[in-house]
Structure formats: C-alpha cells, structure tokens
Design a binder for this molecule. Sequence first.
Ligand SMILES: Nc1nc2c(ncn2[C@@H]2O[C@H](COP(=O)(O)OP(=O)(O)O)[C@@H](O)[C@H]2O)c(=O)[nH]1
Ligand SMILES: [Mg+2]
Length: 236
Amino acid sequence: MKWHTILRDKNSFFNRIDINLSGIDVGILGVDNCGKSVLYNFILTHQLKHGIGSTSSRKNQKTIYIEIKFENSKESIIKLRNFFDVGGQRDLYALKKDTFNQSYCIIYVVRSDLILDIGGTQDNDVIRKYRAALELDFANISQWQRDLNFWQRNSFSKLIIVGNYFGEIDNEKTVSDYLSNQKDYHRYFRDRFTDITGGLYFPKTEIKWVTGTLVSQKFATELVHGILKSLISQET
Ligand SMILES: Nc1nc2c(ncn2[C@@H]2O[C@H](COP(=O)(O)OP(=O)(O)O)[C@@H](O)[C@H]2O)c(=O)[nH]1
Ligand SMILES: [Mg+2]
C-alpha cells in the first residue's frame, strides 16, 4: 500500500483519473488539539510534523491528486477539489459550519484516548471538557445536516470518524496495547463514541470508522491508508 500526493502544479495525471472528474470537497473537523492539522499536513506532504501551532482560521488546499494502490486492486486516483482544515475553537463556529456545508466528505478526528476509559492517567477535567466539546460538535453537526438544502444534502455523503490515539511521540510502545488489539480498539471506540454523542443519525450519509494513531510515521501511514480506503469505497 502506498499513496502519493500531487499538488496543483503537477497535474500530469489528467488522463488517468478514474473517479470524480471534477474532484470532491473534503473537510477535516474535530475538537481543538485532536491532531487535525498534523493529519492534514501529513496527507499533503508525507511529513509527520508534530508541535505545529494551533489553527486560528481555515486552510484550503485546492486541486490535489492522491494516487493510491491497495493490495490486490488497481491504482486509484482521488481528486480533491478543496481540502479544508479548520481550527477547532468555539469561536470558529461559522467556518466550521461553512466547511460542513461545502464538503462531500467530512473527516472527523477524535482523541480516542480521551473517550476510552481504560489505560492512561488522564486528568479528569480534560476528559470531561473534551467529551462535552465532542457532544456539542455532534449536536451542531446534526443540526447543520437538518438545515442542508436539497443540493447540499446530496453533496454531503460521507462521514469518516477517525479515532486518533495519543501516545508519546515516536514511542510506539505507548500505543501498542491498543494497536495490537485493533479489533477491540475499533469496536470499543465506536461504542464509546456512540454513547457520548448520543448516537448518529445521518440517513443519507455513509459513515465509516477508522482507528489508529499519529505517534509515528509508520502508524500515521497506516491511519491515512484507512482514511483513503474509506474515502474511495462506495456503498451502493
Ligand atoms: N503526545 C501526542 N501529541 C500528539 C499526537 N498527535 C498529535 N499530537 C500533538 O497535539 C497537538 C495538536 O495537534 P494539531 O494537529 O495541531 O491539532 P488540531 O487542533 O486538531 O489541529 C500538536 O502539538 C500535535 O503535535 C499524539 O499521538 N501524541
Ligand atoms: Mg489545527
């Protein structure tokens, strides 16, 4: 499995595009400090760069070609028309809403270590605040979904919920319990997420779940593969 990201200038790929001729619009949302911008930059540059400053507005990278090949399948090219990264702070409400309204696919990033009750010695106050923010985000997203007009409703079609397990950077050991048990991690993450947000009701939207971590290049690469796989999969 591999992927390449080709930015705007190098569009020699026109004749090989097999899906989404005009490109799809993808936005990343999530509570502040959950790894959105690290993920965004990683997808664009393949460089896992931690410790970048918080995002105070919205970034948009236009016209991206992502070339990806999974085992036993032919190469796909995903064309993104717009790729948004928005800060998670409360005062960016309007930008988050715009991003939701303008996206075909929302990648929603969750700090999975803050919603799974096992392991870690997290501060209770941090956990409580995080869960409240998550709940609020999904209350908003549900409302935005109800407010979509006909055209927007048909363009928002996919929600990829990404569990990002924080561990010590470059120390894969700090996440290995979870990742060695991916199936349990995945299922438990879904259950806890559903409990906290009160369940998701998106009747016209395909919901995908991806779990992993951004602690290291290797794990971040696996996480992105999971996300890209969800992005191109089509349920009919
Ligand atoms: N310790 C640790 N820090 C992480 C991990 N993933 C991301 N971070 C850091 O968390 C901070 C917030 O990440 P960022 O991507 O800016 O979050 P955003 O606010 O959602 O965009 C950054 O300093 C990241 O380097 C992780 O797995 N472990
Ligand atoms: Mg950010």
